[in-house]
Every structure is written in C-alpha cells, then in structure tokens.
Write a protein that binds this ligand. Structure first.
Ligand code: BTN
Length: 327
C-alpha cells in the first residue's frame, strides 16, 4: 500500500457498523494491538475521516460506509460484458485505467476504488473523492472510430448518468453543458474523458465518473463551487454498490447507442435535461472574455448554441464555463 498504513482499511471496516466498538474488541478481532487500532483511528482522522471516539464506548464512523463488493457488482451486471477491477486505494482511476488500456486490458474494463487520493477533474483541477464520501470509477471503451469522432461522447455519458440517477429517485437530476450533473443547481457528479487513438481510428476512451455520495463539512469547505451529495438529495443512506451498478447499466445503454448511431438520437433528450435550456446564461472563457444570451440548444457536434444580441454563437467544449444569469 502506498502512503496509507496496512491496518487502516481493516480498522475502518471494523468501525463501519451502527454500533460503537471498543479498541480492545477491534484489536482482538483483527489480531493486532490496541495501539495499532488507536494509531489507525488517528491516521484516518488526520486524513479527514470523521470518527466518533467516546470514552467507555469506543469508536464508530460518523457516516456509515457501504464498502464496494466487486463480485456483487459484476454479478448484478449480468451479460453486459463489463469486467470490474477494484482496489482499496489508488491515485486516479482514470490514470490507472489508461495505463491498463495501453497495456492491452479488455474493452469494457471498469476500475473503481474505495478511496481515490489523486482524482483528476476537468481543466486541470483536482477531484475530491474521500473514503466514504464519493464514488469514483472509470470505464475503458474501445471504439472503431477516430478520437476526433468522439466529441459528443461526454454529452452521451452525462445523459446516461442522469438516467441512472433519476431511476434511483433523483427526479431533479439535470445536466449542465458540457458534462456536469446537477441537483438543485449544485454539482452532484462530474465526468472526465481521456482519449487515445489514431486519426483514422480505432481509439480508446477512458470515461471517468465521480459522484458525490456523502461529503463531510470539511470536504465541502475545500470545494470552490456549490456542491450537493446523494445523501442530501435522497434524504437517506446510499448503497454505493447499487449506485455503481445503476450507473454502469445506464452508461452501457448510452455507450452502445452512441457507438451504433452517434449522438443524434440522444440530442433531444439531452436538451430536455439541460438545466439552462431556454434560459439566459453567460459563457465565460478562461481568459475572462464572456458572452451573454439565451441557451437555444446544442448542435450535432455537441457545441452549445447561445443566442446573443449580436447573433447566434457556438461554443465547443474546452476552457469554457457556463453560468446562469438571473432575469
Ligand atoms: C470534473 O471536473 O467535473 C470531472 C471530475 C471527474 C472525476 C472522476 S472520479 C473517477 C475518475 N478518475 C479521475 O481521476 N477523475 C475521474
């Protein structure tokens, strides 16, 4: 294991039930010393995991954690052809899966982790997915087309996620161009797609998805935009295994569609789910330039169409950020 002690995950698993457990009982169960349990608890707290520590009762995770079970996920996905790989901890599922893809790992390989310590976000940002706080996974999809033909892939993926989240009871899940998933106007999930391939194809996409499941106040404080998590949205605890299965199921649906027919048949549904469709909004470039207008849709290449006072403008994904403008 990299920087994290070998006892840490074992101790955390022992503390993830509803009951408090004494250091002594955990030490006995795991065959380690009480001091090791104590150290692991301190290490976890230093890493931002909230743990109750009550004299006379012992320890318990503040937020119950549903651990991922790769076998269960694989079984639930039946004949879809995914192969699920799981690790307790890693820097970035996208980074690792890209390396696995280059080494020849099969089409539809999925990589997920309990704790992503160096998650990558769009536009060179970091993505925080602390233990128990998020779901982070990546899918490797091999296409027969060139990477240049995949410009709408991230839009299709966003739609797949919205379908999955709505099916789980989040009727208000929406998209924000190009590929954020929002709930109540706040960010619930993000997508990062990394491509590799020849000009004429074939190409390989690593499709990375991060979903906020239950963010502590500490983590929320580190994020520089309004965020929401699934527990807040649903008002109840979330089984991350179920969440991953539903995401993979609906992503499979849109990815197969996209591979067969491209984005065309998904465009109307994408627009209907766009939080800013028909709304006044401002597009802001990284250099600070901005354009205001009414969002009238997206074109067949996935560019956002903004009707401004000086005519319609098309924006292709990149160093751009879309914001709502109150009337
Ligand atoms: C964004 O900035 O909105 C995109 C966030 C994407 C995060 C996911 S988490 C799983 C995968 N691995 C990464 O390192 N990043 C993506």
């Amino acid at each position: 294991m990299d920087s994290i002690g070998t006892n840490l995950f074992r101790v955390l698993r022992a503390l993830s039930g509803k009951e408090f457990r004494s250091g002594e009982a955990v030490a006995k169960d795991l065959g380690i010393s009480r001091a090791s349990v104590h150290n692991a608890v301190h290490q976890a707290q230093a890493l931002g995991i909230d743990i109750y520590s009550v004299r006379g009762r012992g320890y318990r995770l503040v937020y119950p954690h549903s651990w991922l079970d790769a076998e269960r996920i694989q079984d639930a996905l039946g004949g879809l052809g995914y192969r699920v790989h799981w690790h307790e901890q890693m820097d970035s599922t996208n980074g690792r899966l890209m390396a696995m893809g280059q080494a020849g790992v099969e089409h539809k390989a999925v990589l997920t982790t309990e704790w992503q310590t160096g998650g990558k976000g769009r536009r060179g940002r970091a993505w925080l997915s602390p233990l128990g706080g998020g779901l982070a996974f990546s899918i490797l999809w091999r296409f027969n087309r060139s990477a240049g033909d995949l410009s709408c892939l991230s839009l299709a993926v966003g739609l797949g996620l919205v379908r999955a989240l709505r099916q789980m009871g989040l009727a208000g899940a929406q998209l924000k161009w190009p590929n954020d998933v929002l709930l109540d106007g706040r960010k619930l999930a993000g997508i990062l797609i990394e491509l590799q391939g020849d000009v004429l194809g074939p190409s390989m996409a690593v499709i990375g998805v991060g979903v906020n499941v239950h963010l502590s106040e500490g983590v929320r404080g580190e994020i520089d935009q309004p965020v929401i998590d699934l527990v807040e949205g649903l008002g109840e605890a979330v089984d991350r295994n179920h969440l991953l299965v539903e995401c993979l199921r609906y992503l499979h649906e849109v990815l197969e569609h996209f591979e067969r027919d491209g984005f065309t048949g998904l465009r109307a549904e994408w627009e209907a789910n766009h939080a800013f469709h028909g709304c006044e909004a401002r597009m802001i470039a990284a250099q600070g330039e901005s354009w205001q207008g009414r969002v009238s849709g997206i074109d067949e290449a996935g560019a956002l169409l903004l009707d401004t006072a000086t005519g319609q403008r098309r924006f292709y994904s990149g160093e751009l950020s879309l914001r709502g403008v109150s009337a």
